[in-house]
Design a protein around this ligand. Sequence first.
Ligand code: ATP
Ligand code: MN
Length: 482
Amino acid sequence: MFNKRIKIKELLAAEPQQQQVTVMGWVRTFRNNQFVALNDGSTNANLQVVLELGKFDEELLKRITTSASLKVTGTVIPSLGKGQKLEVKAETVEILGDSDAEAYPLQPKKHSLEFLREIAHLRFRTNTFGAVFRVRHSIAFAIHKFFNDKGFVYLHTPIITASDAEGAGEMFRVSTLPFDKTPRDENGAVNFKEDFFGRATNLTVSGQLEGELGATAFGEIYTFGPTFRAENSNTARHLAEFWMVEPEMAFCDLEDNMNLAEEFIKYIIRHAMEHNREDLEFLAQRLADEEKQLPQDKRSEMGLLEKLEFVLNNHFERITYTEAIEILLQSPAYKKKKFQYEVKWGIDMQSEHERYLVEKHFKKPVIVTNYPAAIKAFYMRQDDGCEPGRETVAAMDILAPGIGEIVGGSQREERQDRLEQRMKEMHVPAEELWWYLDTRRFGTVPHAGFGLGFERMVQFVTGMGNIRDVIAFPRTPKNCEF
Ligand code: ATP
Ligand code: MN
């Protein structure tokens, strides 16, 4: 058996008792022809492997270069070196794979995140990305655990969909039609009847509509899968391919929905704090170092761990959209004309407005509810008793410091007549969504749900400023390498 190894994370937690172990990993550094810092990805901490002088071949020693992969068998002994309690005294060293250190792009020095994005195939081997992707994994695991423990059914909604009715964003077309000889109908339009599915299809922008079908049978479901938006927004928080978590609950109103979302976000943070302490401490230090480069007024008031702790220990502020607009209109920023975009009831708040509310005014996560119907999707529940011209819906967005919108959700319109009327007003083709409308015909119930942008959550927990640095291989406009 080859894989009789102990992972370095586990070994470093053990006591040095002269035990025999085998470790495998990649060389980070090799000093004085004696000390190998070996990393196997289980932790950022390297294992010190000591090669007794004179015991090993010159030829072998020459091949121990940065990023070469090794299999080492030896004895675990207490370490005399600083910052480590144990080390491995090597008995045998086998080179599993050589590495040309000259050609290896990762030198033992600080590289910029921009440069590392260009070598995303190797960046997992850095401390920063090691930490980020272990935390990302841990958050994904926590999400499944949270919903599983509550009895939600994990529903896999389709990636390819035919409905272009949702209007959540620009869609990527899925087609096998030839580009040069596209079949046309009598009006000259592309004839999708000849396409693979016999109709026009796209990559999903959200699993919500299908999620509602599940919720109205299982009671509570969640989806967790890839989502695609062909939006041409080159920002630090938009990807063309991202992962979304979408719980959908029957017998649930807007308030229940907000309570669940807040509990969920806090659960994720607590889970990461408990299980990824070491990586979060590393990321906190990284962020602090990065912020030292910034002018004083651009630095965060809290360190990463402090911020996470603060979010755990405080209620999210809950305000209506109307109150949010009022706060903006009363703000010094508005009075001093600091906002680039107009502020008045009815606007779709811009990122500068959201940031003001969260970072300047409340200084904590904020849930904004009851948005104008005109700027929200057709399926959101219409609020009763609105002033004419000020119709709102039971929507809620959660805004987080440094990230902006992290969750978007709503109570859904369960009343068939109201829903159909709204669809007509918004030109949503009811015949295409016959299956969706069936849920309202056959035992409709009050229900609600939300979508959490997984990468934005990972950004929040890791403190990474750019969403491209929390997904392994980011897809953004004009970029699809790897
Ligand atoms: P935004 O206004 O930030 O573009 P949105 O209103 O389009 O967001 P929703 O349609 O409500 O977002 O999607 C639910 C969640 O998915 C958002 O709250 C956000 O966390 C995440 N999200 C949306 N678009 C993207 C994207 N392009 N890349 C990464 N995450 C996204
Ligand atoms: Mn968007």
